[in-house]
Write a protein that binds this ligand. Structure first.
Ligand SMILES: O=C(O)C(=O)C[C@]1(C(=O)O)C=C[C@@H](O)C=C1
Length: 307
């Protein structure tokens, strides 16, 4: 039995991701009130896995998740072990009988507001927007009479006795949110040939070429990057760290070499996991960068002293 924490309450997109990832355990999963609470439950051993939102194809990364992951210090053993993609659709949910013209307060998750901004500006220009911890928490609060409407997943309506006033309120159809499954104790799943590694690198400030040097660690080893994002460290204006998704696995020689290069040249490196890609796209490994090429080169170096 795998005990899972997810960003709750019931009816979030994160719950959908949990059902997709572990259908057999999802019914018993714990709906955490926030992303930090889900990750804290994992760190404290109260659950075996935590499912949290990571980034969205329209609005980008989820700051609460990135921040909570970094709070683990140098290495608390928390690892991303899987990713799940969920297509997100939004409805405007209300209590039965509420008309659109009666709506003066709308609640939702900030990422959901960002994805329905144009619709809300056009159709509810004077309504007050209230951020909540999740879309389902917003729907629950509407059910409790705290707000008039919630922007949430269509499926959240049933859980809280609501009905859709309007369906499909997203500004862009086909948006996808990427969720990650976290586990503790340094767990790294075996390579599959379609893997990603997530890292955070802190470069030396005011060092010309520091970012180029960071990128070179991957480029010279034939590793494709699928994501590179600079985010403030919180330590002062102008202090940034880089979030990196690299298309390679820790078990591969090219990735291990890149990590040693980062360790030597950066101010700090945080390894957050190697795990299978949700889309299953096979990694393109140049011939000069596969494990055999590294092994052959190593054997050659050893012959140089006549050994
Ligand atoms: O509030 C939810 O339902 C969530 O699962 C969180 C979340 C997010 O953090 O981006 C997930 C998907 C949507 O993009 C909006 C909200």
């Amino acid at each position: 039995m795998t005990r899972i924490a997810y960003l709750g309450p019931a009816g979030t997109f994160t719950e959908q991701a949990t059902q997709q990832w572990a259908p057999e355990h999802a019914a018993d999963a714990w709906p955490a009130p926030s992303v930090p609470a889900a990750i804290a439950a994992l760190r404290e051993g109260r659950v075996d896995a935590a499912v949290v939102p990571f980034e969205n194809s329209v609005e980008g990364s989820v700051p609460a998740t990135l921040q909570a992951l970094l709070e683990g210090g140098d290495d608390d053993g928390v690892r991303i072990t899987a990713e799940v993609h969920v297509e997100v659709q939004f409805s405007l949910l209300v209590r039965p009988g509420t008309q659109l013209e009666d709506v003066s307060t709308v609640a939702s998750h900030p990422h959901a507001f960002a994805q329905t901004r144009d619709w809300l500006t056009t159709h509810l220009p004077t309504a007050q927007q209230v951020p909540e911890a999740s879309t389902a928490r917003a729907a629950q609060a509407v059910g409790e009479g705290l707000y008039d409407a919630a922007v949430a997943a269509p499926g959240a309506a049933d859980a809280y006795g609501l009905v859709p006033a309007v369906e499909h309120v997203a500004d862009r159809e086909g948006a996808v949110t990427r969720f990650v499954v976290l586990r503790a104790a340094h767990e790294v799943p075996a390579p599959t040939g379609s893997d990603r590694t997530t890292l955070v690198a802190l470069i030396w400030q005011n060092k010309p070429g520091a970012l180029l040097e960071l990128l070179e660690q991957f480029a010279t080893r034939g590793i494709d990057l699928s994501r590179l994002e600079s985010r403030p460290t919180g330590g002062g204006l102008g202090e940034y760290c880089f979030w990196i998704d690299a298309d390679a696995h820790l078990a591969e020689a090219r990735m291990r070499e890149a990590l040693t290069g980062l360790r030597r040249t950066c101010r700090g490196v945080r390894f957050l996991g190697s795990y299978p890609r949700a889309d299953g796209r096979p990694a393109a490994v140049p011939a000069h960068a596969d494990d055999e090429a590294y092994a052959e080169a190593q054997r050659w170096v050893e012959t140089l002293t006549g050994g």
